[in-house]
Design a protein around this ligand. Structure first.
Ligand SMILES: [Mg+2]
Length: 350
């Protein structure tokens, strides 16, 4: 199979009026008439054009590469094949968009869902509702929680790094009172705390049974991260801003966190590499953003813990991710199982 043409569309959409985002949608068309798709989320509008140009240039550099040989595609795009410097920044984001679309093509060519081709460990996964839970007016928080529990979610995430520590503590305790004892609560510190602040937060939250505390301290401060992980009762999660497998190696080998979060920037192949490395050390993995894509990697590996649903990209597709009884039901269709909403793309293109 050969890629014959491509199209990129910069689009701005808003999930249920609460979560606006700019995305680049990529479509790859092949000589066999198949179309592979992907998207890059969380794009600054001023980066849309450069990203589209990078995608075009990188596709050209792939030449006659068969897109279904995903390890070859990964090695070429991420430059892991000649031991040189790895791609980074916007180039990395462009590379991952192409690599993901190649996985979609591979699934469509073989008539299998991507998660089955990646390992197919299970068909359903726990999923958490990761939106609209920053500290704010309590009536709004309570209403949001009632809504997501009504949609059968059994896990929620509270990003509290922007708030001062006391506000963060009060907010999460309020969320616990609203949801009762049986819903999992994830707290994201957003890299904002010192070790002392993280330890204080963890101690006063002990009775509130948190599922994990994410990014309590600066992402590059492995020593502090390990100190927090070794000291507190709750599990610690880290890794979401890492762009290369070697950054995870230290995180995992030195046991700096209990859970490992992996971004789409590594591509699905890079996610698999890191996911298996984490599995060897008994570390579960979670997706960072792009749930429509990365849920396939979580479902593929035995140490996939839960899918975090950040729904920025949901308006791009004709069907919402299927959540039943707190679990994501993986799509049965070939590839990523996603269909772009043409009207949304046309109506919201930048
Ligand atoms: Mg996070």
């Amino acid at each position: 199979m050969r890629i014959r043409s491509h199209e990129t569309i910069a689009v701005r959409v808003n999930f249920e009026g609460v979560m606006p985002g700019t995305h680049i949608v990529l479509r790859l068309r092949t000589d066999e008439g198949l179309e592979g798709i992907s998207y890059i989320s969380r794009v600054n509008a001023q980066n849309a054009k450069p990203l589209q140009q990078l995608i075009a240039g990188m596709l050209e550099s792939l030449g006659d590469q068969d897109p279904t040989n995903t390890e070859q595609v990964y090695a070429k795009l991420f430059r892991t094949d000649y031991g040189g410097y790895p791609v980074s920044g916007l180039e990395l984001r462009a590379a991952s968009a192409i690599e993901v679309a190649c996985w979609d093509l591979k699934g469509k060519a073989l008539n299998q869902p991507v998660y089955k081709l990646m390992g197919g460990f299970r068909d359903r996964l726990p999923i958490s509702a990761n939106w609209a839970l920053t500290p704010g007016p309590r009536d709004k928080i309570a209403k949001h929680l009632e809504d997501v529990l009504g949609r059968s979610f059994k896990a929620v995430k509270c990003p509290v790094g922007m708030a001062d520590l006391d506000t963060a503590i009060e907010h999460v305790k309020f969320v616990r009172r609203c949801v009762g004892p049986d819903v999992k609560i994830i707290v994201d510190g957003g890299f904002r705390w010192s070790v002392k602040e993280a330890l204080h937060f963890a101690r006063v939250m002990e009775e509130d049974d948190l599922y994990w505390i994410e990014d309590p301290v600066a992402f590059h401060d492995y020593e502090s991260l390990k100190q927090v992980t070794d000291s507190i009762k709750q599990r610690v999660c880290a890794g979401e801003v890492f762009q290369h497998p070697h950054q995870f190696r230290r995180l995992i080998e030195e046991r700096c966190s209990d859970n490992v979060m992996i971004d789409q920037d590594l591509g699905l192949t890079g996610f698999l590499h890191v996911g298996h490395m984490a599995g060897i050390y008994g570390r579960p993995v979670i997706n960072h953003l792009a749930p429509e894509v990365l849920s396939h990697a979580i479902a593929a590996v035995p140490n996939g813990l839960i899918v975090g649903l950040v729904p920025w990209g949901q308006p791009l597709f004709t069907e919402a991710m299927r959540v039943e009884d707190g679990e994501l039901v993986m799509p049965a269709g070939p590839g990523l199982g996603l269909t772009l909403d043409e009207d949304v793309l046309r109506g919201n293109a930048l």
